[in-house]
Design a protein around this ligand. Structure first.
Ligand code: HSE
Length: 413
């Protein structure tokens, strides 16, 4: 019989917060068996009023009530952003309360600091829901794959952009039209920049890289490109290449022990396990030295998938009461990250107003691609593997005599 009772506070009653409370009460008995004690939501923090909610008596607008209540063991932060989330999470940890969060911006920006406080206080800071929504990835990386040296990690980490690219590929749409549909369906925000500019994917790959390589990878200086410049012409050339365009967040340990990391749209060969991941789905490929490639696939966003990851963390936190089994990574210097100029990959380039001789003079041996209806003066080709610096220099030379219409990296995942 379950006797003890863990009391939790949920900060934020938006989509994930309300889903979290719903999942806790829907599955309460089963969760309590798994946790080994009762679980009760004592407070929900939100500035709005919810008089008709079945949980109306739990709402407070005052965080101090929560942080000063010794009965609260666990704080669930699902506010989003960092303005309030950071001070509230830090204060909760300093008050000896374990924290569960779905907030990727918080973890990507302050993860090392918050993990260190959790360790010092012998409590836990868990964030399974911050990457991949309902897809288990943080815990498998930290626990199940811990015998591996992780060599690379790459993922389709943003459902909104994957939906837009899928629409562009399947329905031959332009970016603007596909974005509009994503907004109508509620997948994209009215201001879609965090998704379409790659910022959300950048935060997620930073968390995965920090975990995989043991040092905090800060999002600030990571080369991040979104999907706004992808055109139907690029999509057509990619089809001729034999692949799909995907927004990929990737990180790879280099021989010099630095981490190469980037977020960019990429041509992915059709036999890659990432190529068939469509619509709002996410997938994360982990390349371990013992396992080879392991792929995690599922819904990367949404109320209940994300809430299920939050609640699983709550159960784990309750089970771990009295111990600190949080994963760890250290703080880091920027020189832990490889200079983007040194990153090497193949590229697709589309150009008009030149002939093949200039292209071959600059890039050496290339492979030309074709598409139906291409204007006579348009050429598209793929290069051999060259560094970013070399590629940018050659594109600069090409631009002196021609118009470069697009460049997309080719990644081998
Ligand atoms: N906007 C995000 C996405 C939500 O599309 O993946 C989940 O982080």
């Amino acid at each position: 019989m379950v006797t003890d009772m863990a009391k939790i506070a949920v900060l934020g009653y938006g989509v994930v917060g309300s889903g979290t409370v719903e999942v806790i009460y829907k599955n309460q008995q089963g969760l309590e068996k798994k946790a080994g004690q009762g679980i009760e939501v004592k407070y929900i923090l939100d500035l709005r009023d919810f008089p008709d909610s079945p949980y109306a008596d739990k709402f407070t607008k005052d965080f101090n009530v929560i942080v000063n209540d010794p009965e609260i063991d666990v704080v669930v932060e699902v506010l989003g952003g960092v303005k309030f989330a950071y001070p509230y999470v830090k204060a909760s940890l300093e008050a000896g309360k374990s924290v569960v969060t779905s907030n990727k911006e918080l973890v990507a920006t302050y993860g090392a600091e918050l993990l260190a406080i959790a360790k010092e206080k012998n409590i836990n800071f868990f964030f399974e829901a911050s990457v991949g929504g309902g897809i288990p990835i943080i815990r498998p990386l930290h626990q199940c794959l811990s015998a591996n040296r992780i060599e690379e990690i790459a993922g389709i980490l943003n459902g909104t952009t994957n939906f837009i690219l899928t629409k562009m590929i399947r329905d031959n749409m332009g970016f603007d039209e596909a974005l509009k549909i994503a907004q109508e369906l509620g997948y994209a925000e009215r201001d879609p920049s965090a998704d379409v500019d790659g910022i959300d994917a950048c935060r997620k790959i930073c968390i995965l890289a920090s975990l995989s390589f043991g040092k905090h990878v800060y999002p600030d200086n990571i080369h991040t490109e979104g999907i706004t410049k992808i055109t139907p012409e690029d999509v057509a050339y990619c089809e001729n290449f034999g692949g799909s365009i995907k927004l990929i967040g990737w990180a790879a340990k280099q021989e010099n022990d630095k981490v190469a990391i980037m977020v960019c749209p990429a041509f992915i060969h059709e036999d890659s396990q990432l190529a068939g991941v469509n619509d709002v789905f996410n997938a994360i490929l982990v390349r371990g030295d013992s396992t080879g490639d392991v792929v995690f696939y599922g819904k990367g966003a949404g109320k209940l998938p994300t809430a299920s990851a939050v609640v699983a963390d709550v159960v784990d936190v309750v089970k771990a009461t009295g111990t600190s089994k949080s994963l760890r990574w250290e703080d880091s210097e920027q020189d832990f990250i490889e200079d983007t100029n040194n990153i090497v990959c193949e590229n697709y380039i589309r150009v008009s107003g030149t002939d093949k001789s200039l292209i071959e003079y600059l890039f050496g041996e290339v492979t030309y691609l074709s598409r139906k209806g291409a204007p006579a003066d348009e050429l598209a080709f793929t290069t051999s593997a060259i560094s970013e610096k070399e590629c940018e220099e050659k594109i600069g030379e090409l631009q002196k005599k021609a118009t470069v219409l697009g460049r997309i990296r080719i990644l081998n995942y």
